[in-house]
Design a binder for this molecule. Structure first.
Ligand SMILES: NC(=O)c1ccc[n+]([C@@H]2O[C@H](COP(=O)([O-])OP(=O)(O)OC[C@H]3O[C@@H](n4cnc5c(N)ncnc54)[C@H](O)[C@@H]3O)[C@@H](O)[C@H]2O)c1
Length: 278
C-alpha cells in the first residue's frame, strides 16, 4: 500500500512564532493550531481578562517549553522591547511575527452596542485616533522590535493581518437589516487597515536582501455567533454564500509561516470567500 505524506516545506514544527492579539478570535485559533503542529508560540495580548481561560486550556495540552504568555501593548515601545527580550531569553530567536492585534468595530452579538456604527460625517475623531494608534502605529512599533532581532539572525518572516477593507470599501448594505436603523462599518477601521498592504510591500522590499520576508493575509467575515439578519445579508453578498469558519484560516496562516511560501514576499493572500472578486 502506498503511503502519502505532507510536503516537508509545509512544516512549521520548531518555528518560533510571535502572535499579537493572541487572546482574540483569530489569534487563539492560530496559536492553538500552530502549537498542535509543533511550533513554539508566544501568545501576546493586552487583554488580561481573556488570558486565564486560554492559559489554562493551553497548559493542559502542551508542555511549558512550547509556549509563552505575554502581556503586550503594541502601542507602547517599552512593552514591545520587553516582549522581545523575554522571547529571546526563552527561545533564543524569533522566526515568525504575526501582526494580528487590532481594533475592529464588529457586528457579532458580543460586540454590538459596544462600538460606534454611526455615519462617516458624525464619526468621533477620538475613536479614529485610537484605531490609528493600535492598527497602524502599534503594528509598526512591534514590527520594529522584531526586525532588530531578525536582522541579527539574518532571517525572519512577517505576516500582517489585513482585511478586505484594506483593499475595498465596505458594502454598507451588509449592515442594513431592514429595520430602519442602518449601521455603518466605520471609517476608523478602513483608514487604519488600508495601510497594511503597502506596509507589507514596504517591509518586503526594504528587507528583501536581509533574509526577511513579509506577506499579508486578507480575511473577511469570520463567523462568531452573528445575528440571523447579518448572516442573511452576508450570504446574499458573498460569492461563497457564507462567512468564514475560523478553522479555514489555519491552512493559509500555516502556508505563509512555513518554508512552502519561501519565494513569496510583498504578497497579499486573500481568504475572503470571493468577497473582493466582484
Ligand atoms: N474577525 C474578522 O472577521 C476579521 C476579518 C478581517 C480581518 N480581521 C483582522 O484580524 C485581526 C484579529 O481579529 P479578531 O477578529 O481576532 O479580533 P479580536 O478583537 O477578537 O482580537 C484582537 C485582539 O487584539 C488585542 N489587542 C488590541 N489592542 C492591542 C494592543 N494595543 N496590544 C496588544 N493586543 C491588542 C485585543 O485584546 C484582542 O484580544 C485584526 O487585525 C482584524 O482587523 C478580522
Amino acid at each position: 500500500m502506498k503511503t502519502y505524506s505532507t510536503h516537508t516545506s509545509l512544516s512549521i514544527a520548531e518555528k518560533v512564532v510571535l502572535i499579537t492579539g493572541a487572546y482574540g478570535l483569530i489569534g487563539q485559533t492560530i496559536a492553538y493550531a500552530f502549537l498542535q503542529q509543533g511550533a513554539y508560540v508566544i501568545l501576546a495580548d493586552l487583554d488580561e481578562c481573556k488570558r486565564n481561560k486560554l492559559e489554562d486550556k493551553i497548559s493542559k495540552t502542551f508542555p511549558p517549553r512550547q509556549f509563552l504568555f505575554q502581556t503586550l501593548d503594541i502601542t507602547d515601545e517599552a512593552s514591545c522591547q520587553k516582549a522581545m527580550i523575554e522571547i529571546i531569553l526563552k527561545f533564543g530567536r524569533l522566526d515568525v511575527l504575526i501582526n494580528n492585534a487590532g481594533l475592529d468595530a464588529k457586528f457579532d452579538k458580543e460586540s454590538l452596542g459596544k462600538v460606534n456604527h454611526g455615519r462617516f460625517e458624525n464619526y468621533p475623531t477620538h475613536l479614529l485616533r485610537i484605531a490609528i494608534e493600535v492598527n497602524l502605529t502599534g503594528t509598526i512599533l512591534i514590527t520594529q522590535s522584531a526586525c532588530h532581532q531578525m536582522i541579527k539572525q539574518k532571517s525572519g518572516n512577517i505576516i500582517n493581518v489585513a482585511s478586505t477593507y484594506s483593499v475595498v470599501a465596505p458594502n454598507q448594505n451588509l449592515y442594513d437589516y431592514g429595520d430602519g436603523k442602518q449601521n455603518f462599518k466605520p471609517v476608523d477601521y478602513v483608514a487604519s487597515k488600508s495601510f497594511i498592504p503597502n506596509f507589507t510591500r514596504y517591509l518586503a522590499t526594504f528587507y528583501s536582501r536581509e533574509g526577511i520576508r513579509c506577506n499579508a493575509i486578507v480575511p473577511h467575515g469570520i463567523y462568531n455567533n452573528h445575528d440571523e439578519p447579518f448572516l442573511e445579508n452576508f450570504a446574499r453578498l458573498s460569492p461563497l454564500g457564507r462567512m468564514c469558519n475560523r478553522e479555514e484560516l489555519i491552512g493559509p496562516f500555516t502556508f505563509l509561516a512555513s518554508d512552502a511560501s519561501s519565494y513569496m514576499t510583498g504578497s497579499l493572500l486573500t481568504v475572503d470567500g470571493g468577497w473582493t472578486a466582484w
